[in-house]
Design a protein around this ligand. Structure first.
Ligand code: IPM
Ligand code: MG
Length: 370
């Protein structure tokens, strides 16, 4: 019997905790019914951590995260903490985890489930069968570049500064992850920047090109400017297989790609670090959606993005592709059976609650595993 996996759960704010409650039921189901076992620890992040511990993530929680086999995170943020100084905002907790754990590769699949083709804002023929993987650089670029800040000018006006900066190793390590994924998928990689206006984009393009030629000659590599990529994503999204891009463009393009699939409420993500000598990599899994304060605490949220994030954990951290498949099939089953939370329901379609969606998933798992 393999040893238990150390899992840290950080439910966070808003709809995070209620979505996580449903996912916990699936984690427990896996623990009982499949070969994998979990040792689960919990902690606070975001506004919840600010209120209880005085910081958006405590040193102790970061330490725990670094010593876990994987972290599952709900969502952070909410209006209650909007007026806090920048460095104390809930989002800083998430950004610190990404940075301290060196989770430089953020995998954001945009996959259109058959049953949800009609929930997309795009025509069904454009999105049916859609399966894109966006690889977003997550620990560099303008999110973390120095200098940054807001300064007072002598004339009494102010100046806001952020810096977009990338080095060769930063570009290479995320591009390598993207090339590797492309090899396991459709063998096509599109690298996205704005080399027409940014030197960091010129460097990005040159380094990705060099790496491709040296290590991945079999992968078909193309390049695209970020604005064009945004347009192509809504014009003809199925032209893409894997996209690799920087932190800020990846943030924006992944939201656009998410909406192609019908709802942000469906999309998971994986944030991965480098492999250590023991073959273990730090990893954090979280839905792409935010804390949705407008519906928080009302049992309305869609728990499927958090659940699918757990499935990504099984696949990428624990090499348990069969168990990940099982969860993804259960999701397809409940969607095919017409179960819809509000975010993915068509007008007039009956809506289920967060916990009813959890019930349906467990029933589907029981049935599949029977
Ligand atoms: C995301 C979010 C975060 C980001 C926020 C919450 C800091 O939008 O994960 O896409 O900008 O990276
Ligand atoms: Mg975002």
């Amino acid at each position: 019997m393999a040893s238990n996996k150390k899992l840290l759960i950080l439910a966070g704010d808003g709809i995070g905790p209620e979505a996580m409650t449903q996912v916990r039921r699936v984690v427990d189901w896996m623990d009982k019914r499949r070969s994998v076992g979990f040792d689960i620890d919990e902690g606070l992040v975001g506004g919840a951590a600010i209120d209880a511990e005085g910081a958006p993530v405590s040193d102790a929680t970061v330490e725990k995260a670094m010593n876990s086999d994987a972290v599952l995170l709900g969502a952070v943020g909410g209006p209650k903490w909007d007026d806090l100084p920048f460095a104390q905002k809930p989002e800083r907790g998430l950004l610190r985890l990404r940075k301290d754990m060196v989770l430089f590769a953020n995998l954001r699949p945009a996959l259109c489930f058959d049953a949800l083709v009609d929930a997309s804002a795009l025509k069904p023929e454009l999105v049916s069968g859609l399966d894109i993987m966006i690889v977003r650089e997550l620990t560099g670029g303008i999110y973390f570049g120095e200098p940054r800040g807001i300064e007072e000018l002598p004339d009494g006006t102010r100046r806001g500064i952020n810096t977009q900066v990338y080095t060769t190793p930063e570009i290479q390590r995320v591009a390598r992850v993207a090339f590797d994924l492309a090899k396991k998928r459709g063998n096509r990689l599109c690298s996205v920047e704005k080399a027409n206006v940014m030197e960091s984009g010129v460097l990005w393009r040159e380094e990705v090109t060099k790496l491709g030629a040296a290590e991945f000659p079999e992968v078909e590599l193309s390049h695209m400017y970020a604005d064009n990529c945004a347009m192509q994503l809504v014009r003809n999204p199925k032209q893409f297989d894997v996209i690799v891009t920087d932190n800020l463009f990846g943030d924006i393009l992944s939201d656009a790609a998410a909406m192609l699939t019908g709802s942000l409420g469906m999309l998971p993500s994986a944030s991965l670090g480098d492999m250590d000598a023991q073959g273990r990599r730090m990893a954090l899994y979280e839905p792409v959606h935010g804390s949705a304060p407008d519906i928080a605490g009302q049992n309305k949220a869609n728990p499927l993005a958090t659940l699918l994030s757990f499935a990504m954990m099984l696949r990428y951290s624990f090499d348990l592709g069969d168990d990940a498949d099982l969860i993804e099939q259960a999701v397809q089953d409940v969607l095919a059976a017409g179960k819809r939370t509000g975010d993915i329901a068509q007008p007039g379609q009956p809506v289920v609650s967060t916990s009813e969606m959890g019930d349906a998933i467990l029933a589907a798992l029981d049935k599949r595993a029977a």
